[in-house]
Design a protein. Sequence first.
Length: 356
Amino acid sequence: MNWDDADNAAADRLVGAVADSDDQAVEAALRPRDLDEFVGQERVREQLGLVLQAARKRGGTADHVLLSGAPGLGKTTLSMIIAAEMGVPIRITSGPAIQHAGDLASILSSLTEGEVLFLDEIHRMSRPAEEMLYMAMEDFRVDVIVGKGPGATAIPLELPPFTLVGATTRAGLLPPPLRDRFGFTGHMEFYAPAELERVIHRSAGLLDVVVDAAGAAEIAGRSRGTPRIANRLLRRVRDYAQVRADGTITRQTAAAALEVYEVDARGLDRLDRAVLHALLTLFGGGPVGLSTLAVAVGEERETVEEVAEPFLVREGLLARTPRGRVATGAAWAHLGLAPPHPTGGAGPGQTGLFGP
Ligand SMILES: Nc1ncnc2c1ncn2[C@@H]1O[C@H](COP(=O)(O)OP(=O)(O)OP(=O)(O)O)[C@@H](O)[C@H]1O
C-alpha cells in the first residue's frame, strides 16, 4: 500500500479539506468567536448552547463534548467557542501526539479548573492513553504508574474538573466505553450552499475584499460543503480579482479564477474529472475494478480510492458496487457526454443506476 502518495495527492489539492500551511496562517483570523457568529449547524449549535448555558447557570464545568464530522467543518473552531463561552482557557492537542499514557498524564495534571482540553483525532490515541482517559473523564483522577514489573505501584492523582472536547472524523472507530463518557455528541454536517455564502461574506469582510452576492454564490457552489475550502477558494479568487480585474469578486471573476485553478462548477478538480472521464470514455461507465481505473488515470489505487472517490460518491456521480466502480447518469450529464445505449455491453442498463 502506498498511503503516502494518497496523503501527498490530498495535500496538494485546492479542494482538499485538510488544512495546509497557508490555511493555518489565516484560519485564526477567520474563526468565528462565539456561537452566534458560527454559521450553520443549527442543531449542534442549539444543543451545545443549552449544554453550556446550563453549566454556566450551575456555576460548574461543562460536560465532555464529542464532535464528529469531516475535516474543515469547524470542530476546532467550535471547541474554541466552548472555551470562550465558558470563560476558560483551552489546551489543544491531538491523538497522534499522545502516544504514551505518561504524555496524557502530564497534560491532564497541568490543567487548571474548568479548562477545556481539545483532543483532535481522538480516535488515533494509543490504547494505554485511552484507558487513562476513561478514569480522568469519569472521576477526574488518574493512576500514575511508577516503576516496572512486580514492584510497580499506582499513585492516584486528583485532577481539577475539566471539559474534554474530542474531535473525530470517524466516530464509529471510537471504542464504546470512550464514546459513552461524553455527555454530549454533536455530529457536524456538510454545509448547504446558502450557509457557505454566509461564511464567504463574513470572511471577505475580515479579509477586506469586496464580493457581491453572485460572486459568493459561485464560490460557495464549488466549495464541497466545507467552510475551509470556501475560505481557500475565496483567497485564490481574491488574487485573481486583484490581478486581472478591479479587485471586486463577481460571478464572472469567480468563475474565471476557478477555471484557472481547474475547480469546476460542482467543485470537482482535475483528478476527480480524470477519474470520471476514464470511467465514462474508456469503460463505458463501468463496472470496472479500482486497480484498472487507477492505471487508466496514472494514479495510485489509494489516491483514487481515498482522494477522488469519496466526493464523487457523495455527489452521486460514482457508485462503488461489488462488481466494480460504476458511473451514474449524473456523471454523464456533468461531463456533457451521452451514455451508451443500455443494451450495448457493460453499460448503464445492466447496473440499474440510470434513469429511464
Ligand atoms: N460554521 C462556521 N462558520 C464560519 N466559519 C467556519 C465555520 N466552520 C469552520 N469555519 C472556518 O473554516 C476553517 C476550518 O475550521 P476548523 O479548523 O474549525 O475545522 P475542523 O473541523 O477543526 O478541521 P480539522 O478536522 O481539519 O481540524 C476555519 O478557518 C473557520 O474559520
